[in-house]
Design a binder for this molecule. Structure first.
Ligand code: KG4
Ligand code: ZN
Length: 357
């Protein structure tokens, strides 16, 4: 029997199994992460090896360095995830891997590693979309959350407002017309001289600053639920460079707070607009957040306040599950497995993989 036939049979048997344990690997950017997840909801282990130290010197992720570091770390991180779950490879019911979107070399490292393991162990391999993983971090945080719900996905490469219609089924409602929120945070941090990744550093600094110190422009957009961060970013860079040219010292906390306010204000406003529209249509929406930027304190506060006012349930991912990790991949994988979505050994990395129609 071919590998795929064996894997298909095993995957079919898993549909009726009470406890399905998936070993998942994530290598799409600068975290080598592995986890073991039971039934898409329970974390048996979650190991994240961050490469930040390796990239900090360059002010951003260097793809070649990332691929090499993933290659060196994969085996160790997988062994550790299995050991912490009290398992050996053979105890895993299926394997899962992120195959896009992300850096091609980084993704390929993970995809090849898991294809090799799946073939050697004769286990089904589940291909996972990284962004779908971010959304699924909510299933690990909130046992009661089930689709349908609305989700604001804000990461280093994405800013989407989506409707989660079912597990693994999404409809795009709004998106950034230019930069992603995380990308904008990282750029702003860089001009303030903060090390990579700048988003979390701006967030900490902003807690001490005045959010109204600098007025940043609000874009006018055609799409009702779209956002744009390029104008805000340029205005911020010009303001900072102007101050530097005049020899003024930078009030970094006030600048960080102003930038954070401008980004979160747009995200919160567009989300509020969507939620109000849905209520007007007689619907009772449920809201969730996902992606690295969902760790942002101001964004979480704004969303909490807004949803409380609108009497809408809000689900926020656990802080350690907002940024890249293997657990979220293992959760998304479970629901893909339940739909019979498994890969064959021709699985390739798809750097620009989409997750919404
Ligand atoms: O989701 P993620 O870990 O990776 C991608 O899939 O892109 O997101 C990383 C992004 C980075 O741009 C980082 O600066 C940003 O999320 N980020 C934050 C915070 N924590 C992470 N941005 C603002 N505030 C934070 N607390
Ligand atoms: Zn991510």
């Amino acid at each position: 029997m071919s590998y795929l036939e064996t894997a298909r049979r095993q995957a079919a048997d898993l549909l009726s199994k009470e406890h399905v344990r998936i070993l998942a690997l994530e290598t799409s950017c600068d975290e080598t992460a592995a986890a073991v997840i039971e039934n898409g909801r329970r974390i048996l282990s979650n190991v994240v090896f961050s490469q930040i130290d390796l990239h900090e010197l360059y002010g951003g992720v260097v793809p070649e360095i990332a691929s090499r570091a993933h290659m060196e770390a994969c085996d160790r991180v997988i062994d550790e995830a299995l050991a912490r779950a009290g398992m050996i490879l053979d105890d895993a019911d299926a394997l899962a891997v992120t195959y896009g979107p992300g850096l091609v070399g980084a993704l390929l490292t993970g995809v090849n590693c898991m294809k090799g393991l799946a073939f050697a162990a004769g286990k089904p391999l589940i291909p996972v979309n990284h962004i779908e993983g971010h959304v699924s971090a909510n299933y690990l945080t909130h046992p009661d959350l089930e689709p349908p719900f609305l989700c604001l996905v804000v990461s280093g490469g994405h800013s989407h407002l989506v409707e989660v219609l079912d597990y693994g089924v999404y409809r795009l409602v709004g998106q950034t017309v230019d930069d992603a929120a995380g990308e904008a945070f990282d750029k702003a941090a860089r001009v303030l001289g903060l090390p990579y990744p700048g988003g979390p550093r701006i967030d900490v600094l902003a807690e001490e600053g005045n959010p109204h110190y600098l007025q940043l422009p609000k874009p006018r957009l055609e799409g009702r639920y779209d956002v744009s961060f390029s104008g805000v970013k340029t205005a911020f860079l010009n303001a900072v460079h102007g101050m530097e040219q005049r020899g003024e010292s930078l009030p970094k906390a006030d600048l960080a707070a102003s930038f954070r306010f401008a980004v979160c204000d747009q995200l919160a406003e567009k989300t509020a607009l969507l939620l109000r529209d849905r209520k007007m249509e007689g619907k009772q929406p449920v809201m969730a957040l996902a992606g690295g930027v969902s760790a942002n304190r101001e964004l979480r506060r704004r969303m909490e306040h807004m949803c409380e006012e609108l009497e809408i349930p809000l689900y926020l991912p656990r802080l350690d599950l907002c940024t890249d990790n293997g657990a979220m991949i293992g959760s998304a994988a479970y629901y893909q497995l339940m739909k019979g979505n498994i890969a064959d050994l021709s699985l390739n990395a798809v750097p620009a993989l989409r997750f919404v129609q």
